[in-house]
Design a protein around this ligand. Sequence first.
Ligand code: NAD
Length: 484
Amino acid sequence: MMPSTRLANLIDGRLQAPVDNRWLDIHEPATGVVFAHCPDSTAADVDAAVKSAQKAAPGWASMPSEERARLINRLADLVEARLEEFAALESRDSGKPVALARRLDIPRAVSNLRFFAAAIIAWDSESHAMESGAINYTLRRPLGVVGCISPWNLPLYLFTWKIAPALASGNTVVAKPSEITPCTAALLGELSIEAGFPPGVLNIVQGRGPTTGQAIVEHPAIKAVSFTGSTRTGASIAATAAPQFKKVSLELGGKNPAIVFADADLSDQNLDTIVRSGFANQGEICLCGSRLLVQRSIYDSFRERYLARVKALRVGDPEEASSDLGALVSREHFDKVMGCIAQARDEGGQILIGGHALSPTGRCAEGWFIAPTVIDGLPNETATNQQEIFGPVVTLIPFEDEADAVAIANGTGYGLAASLWTTDLSRAHRMGAQLDFGIVWINCWLLRDLRTPFGGTKQSGVGREGGAEALRFFTEPRNICIRY
Ligand code: NAD
């Protein structure tokens, strides 16, 4: 992709400019400079995409699943062949270190495609025999045209996490990546043409949430919406979809605890994982542990070791292999996170490290960088410990015992992911059942098996993605009952 390029929509198998010919500036977070323009699509573009998807739906649904899987695998191969280009683009667009995009984002996007291509071939269905002389089987049919809307923090990773199961299970798709990080989805769209997807099977309409995204959710021909993003937008999507009885899967925000017991194995490797769980991708991962709960008996010694490691994190040009953290995704998000740090100070929090913006020298002097920040001394009830910050900010909270840890961990409106560090196996199982989260990691973090259910409780969302859960979401089960 050339600098300052104009991205296109993918509609009906062709790359197209938006009907109104309006464009959004796309900034490089590391420099603040505009480097691309993204379609500012309207309801007319969405409608054209839906019409094309409707036309393509019967053919795609009746195509043998092996053939759909072959096309999806071909797309995965094309992405993998251009991994370096995708990683550089993802880093430039989002501010994340290119090393992270190369190691995590793009390989995971490839895995998402391959996983669901394989899963649809292996997928089976239930049958229930009745003693009275009848047999039931469950026929799962694709829904038709579905909408997939994804956020900016893991752009291609989450985009493919949605479109892969939707396509594999026989739906045609109208998808919208975040308008803040649209580049890799645009490139994926181009490759889908090369892969040989029939026109209209995958449509990518770029644009803003309240216009393009809203038009996808409102469109009466879109049967289901799979959404990942903020809790506020999730609530708005749920309200728009409800009167049409549209299926929704909502993967939303989090305020995740990492819980460290005195009996934890705090080897260097585990401590590194605990640090990573707070600061990977500048803390802009929905699963990051932003509240670090530490048992009081080891609080001081743990804090000292932890801070030394956080201090060693290198923040800098995302293009540099040595950078552990890059820039925050946008000026607006940078301002939000800085505002959260100011609020923590106002609430009486003690900034142990960081708490300020950074200006790496050279080309990144005007970028949106924030120093890794650790805050102490704030009760769990404070706004800092209740609201999602989504930046490189971790608060330390002491706890006394297991019951105290569970109460603090569960004591927010969110329930996405918890991580627990202990060598006591009974405690691990006990707490695994008591922690009100969609995921509980024990002595690990972000260890993902794509077959497992993924999602959150409370304000972290409704529904589960991953494995058979995603295939179930994108299909309608029908009970066929035969008497014999
Ligand atoms: P966001 O809600 O602002 O936007 C997400 C997507 O929704 C974007 O594509 C946006 O254009 C679109 N959108 C916005 N308003 C819309 C509307 N009214 N109708 C339809 N679409 C609309 O979220 P964000 O700032 O891009 O992402 C960060 C948030 O995502 C954080 O809260 C984070 O926790 C959450 N997140 C959750 C998960 C998860 O799996 N639970 C994963 C990653 C990120």
